[in-house]
Design a protein around this ligand. Structure first.
Ligand SMILES: O=C(O)C(=O)C[C@]1(C(=O)O)C=C[C@@H](O)C=C1
Length: 424
C-alpha cells in the first residue's frame, strides 16, 4: 500500500524548502528577538572562552564575500576546519559523559538511544538553510553520533550479506560507519542473531516502492520476539555489472528476484536473450559474476566496488523513485521521539466486520493508518494476521485507548515496535 512521504531534497536545497525554512526562521527571530545575522565563526570563538549553552549557537551562516583569492579562501577553510574539529572533540567528550551519566551499563547496546538520535537529526534538518541538502547534513551528523557512541564500544549490526548489499547501505545510513557489521546468510538469520543477542540490532528490507511487500520479512514476525526500533528509507539504484564491462559478452544475469523485478523493462529492451538466474542477494550475484566473462550481475554500485566489477549500465531500475524501506530490529521498545510510528500484528477470526473492527478504534482516536496488510496467521485455518502501521507511539494516550478498544475484538495484538519515523 502506498505510503505518504514528504518530498525529499537530494544534494542541494530545493527553492520551495528554502522559502518554508526562511519563513520559519523569520518567525523564530520575531519570537526570540535574536539576530539572524550572527556568524557561526564568531559563535565558535565565543565558545572557546566559556562553554556555550546550545542557544549560543544560532546555527546561521552569513553569505561569504565574493571575489576572494584562492589563498584567502583556503585560509578561511583551514580556520573553519580547526573550529569544526575542536567542536567535534568537545561534543565527543560530552557524549562520553552522557554515557557515564547513564551509569554502569552492560554493553554498547544499552547506551544507544534511537529516539534521541532522531531528535538531534530533526533539529539538523530544521536548522538547515543550505547550500547542502538535508540528506547530506543528516549523513554527516549521523557519522558524528556514530563515532561518539562507538567510544563506549561499536554496535554489532546484522544484515543480509555478503558485503556490498543494499541492506549494508541501509545499515550505514541508519547507524553510520562506526559500527561492527555482521553480514548474514538470510533475513531469517538476521532475526535469529538479534533474538539470540549475538547482534545488537539487525536491518531487514520490508517493502519496495516498485515491488511491494517482502512477505518473508513480515512472516518472520509471526514467530519471532524481536522488536522494531527504527526504519530506514533508501533510494535504490541498480546497475548492470560485469568483469569485462561489455554488454555484448553477457549471456547470463544473476540477481535477487526483487532486483530482477525492478529492472524488468530494461532487461526486456537491452538483454532480451540473457538467462536470468535468481540468487539470495545482489552481492551474491556480483560474487558469481566476477568468475565468468559471459555473466553479469544486477546490484548496487557498492557491490561492483567490493567485487571488482565494471559498470556496464546504470542506473537501470524501471522507476526513478525506486525506494526500499528497511526495519531496524532490536530487543526492546524505546521511548517516544515525538514523531513515531507503531507497527502492530493483529490476529483476528475471519468473520463479518473483522476488518472494520480493526480499523475503527484508530479512526475514533484520530490516529492515521499508513499501511495494512493481511497474511494467513499460521495459527489455524481461516485465521488472519493484519500487519498495521499507525502514526504515534504506544506510550501515547490516544494509542493506548485505541489498543484497549481493539483488544475486545482481536484474538491477540502484538506490538512489534514504536520507533522514530525515517529521517531524510
Ligand atoms: O544523548 C545520549 O543519550 C547519547 O548517548 C549521546 C548520543 C549523541 O552522540 O548525541 C550518542 C548515542 C546515542 O544513541 C544518542 C545520542
Amino acid at each position: 500500500m502506498a505510503r505518504s512521504t514528504k518530498p525529499k531534497t537530494v544534494g542541494a536545497k530545493a527553492p520551495a524548502a528554502k522559502v518554508a525554512k526562511a519563513e520559519k526562521t523569520a518567525k523564530a527571530v520575531k519570537a526570540t528577538g535574536s539576530k539572524a545575522t550572527s556568524r557561526t565563526t564568531r559563535s565558535v570563538a565565543a565558545s572557546a572562552a566559556a562553554p556555550a549553552a546550545v542557544s549560543e549557537f544560532p546555527g546561521k551562516a552569513t553569505a561569504i564575500p565574493a571575489g576572494l583569492d584562492l589563498g584567502t579562501l583556503r585560509e578561511r577553510i583551514d580556520g573553519i576546519d580547526r573550529s569544526i574539529q575542536t567542536l567535534i572533540a568537545e561534543r565527543a567528550q560530552y557524549a562520553g559523559q552522557v554515557g557515564r551519566a547513564k551509569g554502569k551499563l552492560a554493553a554498547a547496546v544499552d547506551y544507544y538511544r534511537p529516539e534521541r538520535e532522531a531528535q538531534v537529526l530533526r533539529r539538523v534538518v530544521d536548522r538547515n538553510d543550505g547550500p547542502l541538502g538535508d540528506d547530506v547534513l543528516v549523513r554527516l551528523f549521523r557519522e558524528i553520533m556514530s563515532a561518539c557512541l562507538a567510544q563506549q564500544e561499536p554496535l554489532k549490526i546484522g544484515f543480509l550479506g555478503p558485503e556490498g548489499t543494499h541492506s549494508q547501505q541501509a545499515v550505514y545510513k541508519h547507524f553510520g560507519h562506526s559500527i561492527h557489521g555482521l553480514p548474514l546468510g538470510s533475513i531469517e538469520e538476521v532475526f535469529q542473531e538479534v533474538d539470540a543477542g549475538n547482534a545488537d540490532f539487525g536491518v531487514v528490507p520490508v517493502e519496495n516502492s516498485t515491488q511491494g511487500t517482502i512477505q518473508s520479512t513480515l512472516d518472520m514476525f509471526l514467530s519471532s520476539n524481536v522488536k522494531i526500533c527504527g526504519e530506514v528509507e533508501l533510494r535504490i539504484h541498480q546497475h548492470l555489472l560485469s568483469r569485462s564491462g561489455r554488454i555484448e559478452d553477457i549471456e547470463r544475469v544473476y540477481s535477487h528476484p526483487q532486483s530482477f523485478a525492478q529492472c524488468k523493462a530494461w532487461l526486456r529492451q537491452y538483454l532480451p536473450k540473457a538467462e536470468a538466474i535468481p540468487v539470495a542477494s545482489n552481492a551474491e550475484a556480483a560474487r558469481r559474476a566476477r568468475n565468468a566473462d559471459d555473466a553479469a550481475a544486477i546490484a548496487g554500485a557498492s557491490a561492483g566496488n567490493v567485487y571488482g566489477l565494471k559498470n556496464v549500465a546504470g542506473p537501470i531500475e524501471d522507476r526513478p523513485d525506486n525506494t526500499t524501506r528497511f526495519l531496524v530490529l532490536g530487543r526492546e521498545l524505546f521511548t517516544t521521539s515525538g514523531n513515531d510510528r507503531t507497527s502492530l500484528l493483529i490476529f483476528i477470526k475471519d468473520q463479518p466486520g473483522a476488518l472494520h473492527h480493526v480499523l475503527a478504534p484508530f479512526a475514533r482516536h484520530g490516529l492515521s493508518m499508513n499501511r495494512i496488510e493481511s497474511r494467513p496467521g499460521h495459527t489455524g485455518r481461516w485465521q488472519y494476521a493484519f500487519f498495521v502501521d499507525i502514526g504515534g507511539h504506544v506510550h501515547d494516550e490516544a494509542m493506548r485507548r485505541a489498543l484497549d478498544e481493539l483488544a475486545e475484538f482481536a484474538q491477540e495484538v502484538k506490538v512489534l515496535g514504536s520507533y522514530p519515523v525515517a529521517i531524510a
